[in-house]
Structure formats: C-alpha cells, structure tokens
Design a protein around this ligand. Structure first.
Ligand SMILES: [Fe+2]
Ligand SMILES: [Fe+2]
Length: 297
C-alpha cells in the first residue's frame, strides 16, 4: 500500500479541521424542535458517535504507517465532533444525552476484540448505516437546526467511507484471492443485519422522517455494492483529490443566492439522482414534505 495515499488523506482531514475551526457552530440559541421519537433516535446515534477511538488509534499506530495513523487520529476527531454536535442539538431541544444502550456496548466490545482490518469492516457497517440515517434526518426533519447538524455530519461521513475503503483495499488485496469475495459477502450480511436492527429500533423516527423501514433497509443493503467494488478495486478509487464530481459542477447556481451546488462524495442508491444540494440553503436538499414537518411546523 502506498503511504502517499494517506499523506493525501491527512491533508484532506487537516483541511476539514481548519475549515471546521473557521466555521461557526450552528445557532444553538434558536432551539430545536425534536419529536419524542426523533429525540430518542438522536440520543442513540449520539451514543454511537461518542466512542473514545483509543483502540482504533492503537491498532493504526501498530500497523506501521505513520501517515495512516495520523489520518485515523484526525478521523476520530471528526467522530468526536459528531458526538458534540448531537449533544448540543439535544440540549437545544431540551433533552439530555443517553447513558448507554446494549447495542453500543456489544458493538464496542466487538470492535475492541477485532484486529485492525476486522475493526475497519465493522466500522464500515456503522458508517454506511450512518450515511442513510443522517440523510434521512437532514432531508426529513422540519427543524432547521436538526437539518443543519445532520448536513454537517453527513458531509464528514461521506468522506469517511472512501477513507476506510482506501485502507481496506490494501487489506483485502493481501488475502488469498479465493477468500476475498467470501469475506466481503460476510460484510454484506453484517450490513444487512445492522440495517434491520436500526430499522427496527428507529422505525418510528424514520417514518416521521419520511423513510419507511423497508426503504431504509433496502437503501442500506443497496449501498454495499459500491463499497465492495471500491474495496476490491473494481471501481476507481476515490481519493481526496477526486472529490469534486462533474455532476455537481454541471448543476446551475442556486437561483436565489447564487450558491454553487456542493460536490457529492459518496452516492447512495435509492434516489436515482445525485445526492447534491446547495450549501447552507435549508430546504434545497429535500424534495419531500415529511410527516415531521407536518406535525411540527
Ligand atoms: Fe460519525
Ligand atoms: Fe464516520
């Protein structure tokens, strides 16, 4: 595996860190309207984002590539920021963070006991589920603060998936050829299982956000193909330098404020269209009036 690949990722994470430092937080003082189901759902995702990451960092250190280890530390900083944003969102909605849940304890134990590559496969399950969840939260809530927090987190998660793919590509390439597809088939089964668990646990919230359980599971399972292709190298690798896509660049500027559409980093299936929208223009990312918007105007 070429170390230079992770030099580019370190630069990408550092650029994001600097951009984040220069961007004010969402305006928490405006408050958030969270329905009981969405509040409980956000509490669970806040817990999931709140791991300390020490195990993954230790495994990355031991892997012997200092650039990768540096990128993992910056990646963990972004995950901590997600936990912070969700905690502030809950506080803005008059709620507290949750003390703990069995599913997070099980997931953390599985991650701790795994080696680096197995942990990355587990982490990738969580990242891919998170992509669909935060997109539902961003597009389906009628609350501007919730949508803004979900938009910021989703933008990071869209970079995390190709980052993990980059490392896993090298890991899987090191396996005997007959083992590669069965390992990734096992990963697909884990992803499907995680999608089913989240759809069951968060079903009410997802329905309020305009995504039925079946749709959620189908979209999560459908995300497996591009991820597996990227890991196997049958799809061109997505590097930080390759983030901007012609599809976004070709879209016209927003008619009211002239904002350029943001580039899509990772496309989810199920929409039949690129996941593009206008930075900082609430409402342009959604074409759906959700039940939450109707219930909590
Ligand atoms: Fe996250
Ligand atoms: Fe992530």
């Amino acid at each position: 595996m070429a170390a230079s690949e992770f030099v580019a990722w370190v630069r990408d994470f550092e650029a994001e860190r600097d951009r984040r430092g220069a961007t004010p937080d969402p305006s928490w003082e405006s408050g958030a309207r969270l329905s009981p189901a969405v509040r409980a759902s956000v509490q669970r995702f806040q817990l999931g984002e709140d791991g300390d990451g020490a195990n993954l960092i230790a495994k990355a250190d031991a892997a012997g590539d200092p650039h990768y280890a540096a990128a993992v530390r910056l990646f963990e900083d972004e995950e901590h920021n997600h936990a912070r944003l969700l905690a502030r969102l809950l506080a803005a909605g008059g709620a507290t963070t949750s003390a703990g849940h069995w599913s997070d304890a099980v997931f953390a134990r599985m991650r701790r006991s795994a080696g680096l590559h197995a942990e990355l496969l587990l982490l990738m399950v969580a990242e891919v589920v998170a992509l669909r969840y935060y997109r539902a939260l961003r597009d389906g809530t009628g609350d501007p603060l919730t949508s803004e927090v979900a938009r910021r987190i989703l933008a990071d998660e869209e970079r995390h998936v190709p980052f993990h793919c980059a490392r896993l590509r090298g890991s899987v390439a090191g396996l005997p050829r007959p083992l590669r597809r069965p390992v990734l088939a096992g990963w697909r089964v884990m992803l499907l299982g995680a999608g089913l668990v989240v759809a069951a646990d968060h079903g009410r919230a997802l329905r309020e956000l305009g995504v039925g359980r079946g749709r959620f599971v189908a979209d999560v399972a459908g995300s497996a193909g591009p991820v597996v292709a990227a890991i196997l190298g049958t799809d061109p690798p997505r590097t930080p330098a390759g983030r901007a896509e012609p599809a976004a660049a070709a879209l016209p500027a927003h008619p009211r404020n002239g904002c350029r559409p943001r580039a899509r980093v990772w496309q989810l299936p199920g929409t039949g269209r690129p996941d593009t929208g206008y930075e900082g223009v609430p409402g342009t990312l959604s074409r759906r009036t959700s039940r939450a918007e109707r219930t909590y105007p």
